[in-house]
Write a protein of this length. Structure first.
Length: 367
């Protein structure tokens, strides 16, 4: 946890000032699972990678069949599929889950030594494949195809100290120009790629000629006049966990990751909610974005096994009584739309705004 502590600790302490206090009931919990879905992770071959994708498609529909949110929807899973691992038949398999209403697919990318021009070509090409070949990705009212993004190795805006795994300082501008509606990469602590802003939803812009444009920005607020050309950064929870200490002394670093050695628990759920991530001026809407690398077999068991099912049941019992709390399962696209609705001053039930700006991908109508 001491790695890059200069990056995240001051921001973590400052974030406490922005946690909402008491707000009107019911409060609403927006819960989103983002998956850095990498079939070839740990350098397996095509046969093993295909088996990983196939298991997800076969197992997911039945696991959470009895779990529902306040709107009657089951848990949603957003697959951020890596452009460099694209296989038409594998994405077509995942489309079965999207068409049945279990989640959506967005863009993930690992790249290194790149240029702004090369990055733009890669994103436009992959965006076109997902849209034209699979009916994926949403669009706005003007017909522009939009996508959510997760950067590989956390290295958004060339943010690793050695400049590896990116190469593009002005990455936020490229994302904006190619239709990205929001970045969902962070938190990344204890990696040095971690932004200095912590537990926030904010708009950021590039610093020309310099890396780390995502380091700081303007928090999203209701009725805001913020520059809409600045990219929305949606962060998940980052916290110090004093109940699970290392060596009985040091707190563990909670980053909202779901993996084999760190499955979901009621205690972790409480930590996620307690960070109070949201839109300034709309304290009754609390946003929780967790992440996983779901194609690793151990992680798949953590996300599709009993620990996650127990966590969903806890969410239903603790945060979906209809009086104090209402639970809403959302995809990354839907979470962004609800953020935008809050930014425009919309209120009441956030479940009404799932399609506020970026409409659902066409394939969701093919169930």
């Amino acid at each position: 946890m001491f790695k890059a502590i200069d990056k995240w600790l001051p921001g973590y302490l400052l974030a406490g000032r922005h946690r909402p206090g008491n707000s009107k009931a019911p409060r609403h919990l927006l819960f989103c699972v983002t998956d850095h879905f990498e079939p070839f992770s740990r350098s397996v071959g095509p046969e093993a990678a295909l088996d990983r994708v196939t298991r997800w498609v076969h197992e997911y529909p039945s696991v959470f069949s009895d779990v529902r949110d306040a709107d009657g929807r089951g848990p949603q899973h957003t697959f951020f599929y890596p452009a460099e691992e694209y296989r038409r038949e594998w994405v077509s398999l995942l489309c079965e889950l999207v068409a049945k209403g279990h989640g959506e697919i967005e863009i993930h990318l690992h790249h290194r030594g790149d240029t702004a021009e090369g990055l733009a070509r890669t994103l436009e090409d992959f965006k076109g494949r997902l849209r034209n070949d699979h009916g994926l990705l949403g669009e706005n009212d003007s017909g522009e195809v939009r996508y959510g993004f997760v950067h590989g190795n956390w290295a958004l805006c060339n943010s690793l100290p050695d400049g590896d795994w990116c190469g593009v300082n002005e990455e936020l501008s490229v994302l904006q120009k190619t239709g990205c509606y929001a970045d969902f990469t962070f938190p990344s602590a204890p990696s040095p790629t971690q932004p200095r802003m912590v537990n926030a939803i904010y708009r950021a812009k590039d610093t020309p000629g310099r890396p780390r444009g995502h380091d700081r920005g303007e928090r999203v607020k209701t009725y805001s006049s913020a520059d809409r050309d600045n990219l929305v950064i949606v962060q998940g929870p980052l916290a110090l966990d004093w109940e699970r200490r290392k060596l009985g002394i040091l707190p563990r670093l909670e980053t909202g990751t779901l993996d084999e050695s760190n499955p979901a628990t009621p205690h972790r759920v409480e930590l996620w909610v307690r960070q109070g991530i949201g839109v300034v001026g709309r304290p009754e809407w609390v946003f929780v974005k967790v992440h996983t690398h779901g194609c690793l077999p151990g992680n798949r068991r953590a996300v599709l096994g009993e620990p996650m099912l127990s966590a969903h049941r806890y969410l239903a019992n603790r945060y979906n009584d209809g009086r104090a709390w209402k639970l809403h399962y959302v995809t990354a696209r839907e979470m962004y739309n609800i953020i935008r609705a809050a930014e425009d001053g919309e209120g009441d039930d956030p479940g009404l705004y799932r399609d506020y700006e970026v409409k659902p991908p066409p394939v969701r109508g093919h169930a």
